[in-house]
Every structure is written in structure tokens, then in C-alpha cells.
Design a protein around this ligand. Structure first.
Ligand SMILES: [Zn+2]
Length: 444
């Protein structure tokens, strides 16, 4: 067991120490405990240590620690992790659905069918594509790292009412429905994201090019605010995964890219004052829920660690490529993240019924490919995508499948799916003005 010195931010000037590769959890100002830590070979360190803080001297002598390891059966084996180039998990929430609602239980199965049609499953690709099986549900503590406990317990209690009534609207702002399975299936969705983070991080301990992760999950999460559900979203899957990456893996600096057509207000709100989690959202100007103005940049210690870039309606492929090069890349390079998490919404597609951007399958391929490259350049390739919106089942499923091809380094099949004849001229002058403004605000 190896020790290193460590400074707790609340005690500037006081020397602390930490077991290398473990996360020190501060219970209060005087006591600490050491969390379990996922080891590179897929085992968990099970034992924890605890002790008291001492000023001005090393506290090693006051700590007793022994630890053993135990296989975590829900993670892939070392061999699987070393072979895989894409790892995905499926949580379709088949019971959480409402007739003729766009956020329906048909979405994830449509993606899985497209993956099969395009021969992007392990049946066709062997060990290079891996589907995570038997992952654990997120725990209440995981959810409560982002959401108020009262909301979590209230939702669980509401399941009785949903069982009796079939379908209810859950308290909170925005139209979010729930059925009898919503609570459980939302824990499954969040758990899939956590298991993918665990797998990608474990692989990255042994490889410089770990697999890309993709959580094919619903309900989506980026509108869910700390106090409750919102906009079809129940739990903030990406936000919960960000806290998990910090707490369990010691990945302090998390960079979240949200390219859903709507502003990820829930994620935005969860980390407004947190300097270690950068939230960057592109979204259609004026779309639901109306937040995410260009001058919303976080506050307190987190000022500057939130970047919102509203795109003029009609923005498309050229716009997003320009934004990627001129805003996303320099922002991420400056932040120096330990991991990327991506709120991958496919409702910016020109065929999507809920908004009016003009992204194409090719745009999503470009985003997947460029984000993968950025993760390799900046943080050992650690990156997990999380499904958010996307309501035209064809454009959703082909865009996700083409993102898988980008992860594999294979050419895009977008020309098969995209019809340039339906596109109109992008508002590039207004876009450039927005980019200049955001660059000025963030000193990029
Ligand atoms: Zn959306």
C-alpha cells in the first residue's frame, strides 16, 4: 500500500495524505474515510480505512488498513476489456412509455435493430464490440449525489399510485410522465452509465486507447434538475456518472459535452458552482426549456466552467464543425479533463420532429469521431456517450449506428441516409456572431 501527500482544499497549508489511487472521502472536517476503488484489472478494493485529521504531521500512524480484493462480476474480464473498441449497455425502459409520446419505449429497440442491420454487434464483430450485461442498478446514494433525497423517495412512493392509475404525471416542472416501472427503470438506466464508466476507466488503466462507451438508455436525463424531473427526464444520468467518476475513480476533472438540441438545464444546474466539472452545451436558440443563454457561465467558484452556446435555428453541419473547432476543442484543451461524458441527443437532426436544426447523420459521425480523438489527445481516451433525445426513429437509429462506426474508425455510411436536397442555407453570419461572442465571454 502506497501513501502520498495530499492537501484537502478546506485546509490550505495542512498536509494530509492519501493512499495512492484511492479516493479520500471527507465526512466532516476532522474525520475521513477511504472509499472502495476499482482496480485496473476489474477487481474492487473492498476494505476502507478511516482516521482523524492531524495538523502538521503525517497521520499514517493512526490509520489501520488491510484490504483484500474481490471480483466484481458485473464488469467485463480483462481480456474483454483489452479487445473491445466499443462498449455499450442497453436499458430500453420498456415499461416507461406513453401512447403517442415522442419519448417512447420504441426508441432504444430501434437503435438496437439498426446496430444489427448495420452489423455493429458482437454477433458480426466478435470481441471488438461488447455489450455490457447484468450491470447493477444505480444505488440511492448514486442518485442522491445529484438529486434531493426527498425527490428520490417521493418518486419511489409515487410508484404505488402509478400502479393503480397506470400513468401519472410526476411532480416537478415540465411534462414528465411516470408508470409503475419508472423508478426501477430509471435506476437501471443510471446504473448502465455507471457500469460503462467503470469499464472504460478499467480499460484505460491498461490501454492508451480504451473502448468508447455508449449508454443506450432511457428515460433521458439532462433536463432533470436536482429537485425533480423535467422535460421527459427522470434522473440526471450524465451528472450522476460525473460524480461517480470523481468519487469512485478519483477522476477529478470531468468535461461534459451536451449536443442535444435542447439545453441540458439539469446538468447545468447541478454543477453551476463546481469548477471541476465543465459543462458545455450547444442547443437551438429559443428551444425548450428556454435556459442556456450565452451569458450563463456558472457562478461562484464555478464561474467560467459552464459554456452555453445557443445556435440559430437552421444551423447544420457547417455550423457544428465550426463550433467544434473554434469552441469545443480550445475549451477542452484549456480545461484538461480526466474524462469526457457526452449528452448525446439526436434531436438536432434535420428530420427530427421536435426542433429545427439541420444536423445530418454525417454531423453525428463527425461529432463522435472528433470527440473520440479529443479524448485520446487529452485524457487517455476515457469517454462515455449517454443517449438523450432523438425522436425520429430512423434518423436517431442510423445516427447512433454511424457514431459506432466512428468509434471503430470506419468510414461513415451517412451518404446512404442523408438527402442533401432537403437542406437549406445555414444562418452562418448569425452563427459566427454567436461564436465570436462566446469566445469573447470565455476568453477563447
Ligand atoms: Zn432534446
Amino acid at each position: 500500500m502506497e501513501l502520498q501527500t495530499f492537501r484537502h482544499p478546506s485546509f490550505a497549508g495542512t498536509v494530509m495524505f492519501l493512499v495512492r489511487n484511492h479516493e479520500l472521502k471527507w465526512k466532516n472536517h476532522n474525520r475521513f474515510s477511504l472509499n472502495t476503488k476499482l482496480l485496473g484489472d476489474g477487481r474492487f478494493c473492498k476494505h476502507s480505512i478511516s482516521g482523524r485529521k492531524c495538523f502538521s504531521k503525517n497521520i499514517r500512524s493512526s490509520v489501520t488498513c488491510s484490504y483484500s480484493t474481490e471480483k466484481n462480476d458485473t464488469l467485463p474480464s480483462v481480456k474483454q476489456l483489452s479487445d473491445a473498441r466499443v462498449i455499450y449497455a442497453v436499458a430500453p425502459a420498456l415499461g416507461h412509455t406513453k401512447e403517442s409520446h415522442p419519448e417512447s419505449s420504441a426508441r432504444v429497440p430501434a437503435i438496437v435493430t439498426a446496430l444489427e442491420e448495420m452489423e455493429l454487434t458482437s454477433k458480426f464483430r466478435g470481441s471488438e464490440i461488447l455489450e455490457l450485461q447484468n450491470f447493477k442498478l444505480a444505488s440511492i446514494d448514486d442518485i442522491a449525489s445529484v438529486h434531493a433525497k426527498a425527490y428520490v423517495s417521493g418518486l419511489e412512493k409515487a410508484m404505488d399510485r402509478a400502479s393503480k392509475q397506470g400513468l401519472i404525471v410526476i411532480d416537478g416542472s415540465g411534462p414528465t410522465y411516470a408508470t409503475a416501472t419508472t423508478f426501477h427503470e430509471s435506476l437501471v438506466a443510471a446504473g448502465a452509465g455507471l457500469a460503462l464508466v467503470d469499464s472504460v476507466v478499467a480499460a484505460s488503466n491498461n490501454r492508451l486507447d480504451p473502448p468508447m462507451g455508449f449508454a443506450l438508455i432511457r428515460p433521458p436525463g439532462h433536463h432533470a434538475i436536482p429537485k425533480g424531473p423535467m422535460g421527459f427526464c427522470v434522473f440526471g444520468n450524465v451528472a450522476i456518472a460525473a460524480r461517480h467518476a470523481q468519487r469512485l475513480h478519483g477522476l477529478k476533472r470531468v468535461f461534459i459535452i451536451d449536443f442535444d438540441v435542447h439545453h441540458g438545464n439539469g446538468t447545468n444546474d447541478a454543477f453551476l458552482d463546481d469548477p471541476d466539472i465543465f459543462f458545455l452545451s450547444t442547443h437551438q436558440d429559443g428551444s425548450y426549456p428556454g435556459t442556456g443563454k450565452i451569458d450563463e457561465i456558472g457562478h461562484g467558484a464555478g464561474e467560467g466552467a459552464t459554456l452555453n452556446l445557443p445556435l440559430p435555428g437552421g444551423s447544420g453541419d457547417t455550423a457544428m464543425r465550426t463550433v467544434f473547432d473554434e469552441v469545443i476543442v480550445p475549451c477542452a484543451q484549456r480545461f484538461k479533463p480526466d474524462i469526457f461524458l457526452v449528452s448525446a441527443g439526436y434531436d438536432g437532426h434535420v428530420l427530427d420532429p421536435l426542433a429545427s436544426l439541420q444536423f445530418t447523420t454525417g454531423t453525428y459521425y463527425m461529432l463522435a469521431s472528433n470527440i473520440k480523438q479529443l479524448a485520446e489527445d487529452l485524457c487517455g481516451g476515457r469517454c462515455v456517450f449517454f443517449l438523450e433525445g432523438g425522436y425520429n426513429l430512423d434518423s436517431l437509429s442510423y445516427s447512433v449506428a454511424d457514431s459506432f462506426r466512428a468509434f471503430l474508425g470506419e468510414p461513415s455510411l451517412a451518404p446512404k441516409f442523408d438527402d442533401p436536397a432537403i437542406l437549406y442555407e445555414e444562418p452562418l453570419t448569425r452563427l459566427k456572431q454567436a461564436i465570436q461572442r462566446v469566445k469573447h465571454i470565455h476568453s477563447l
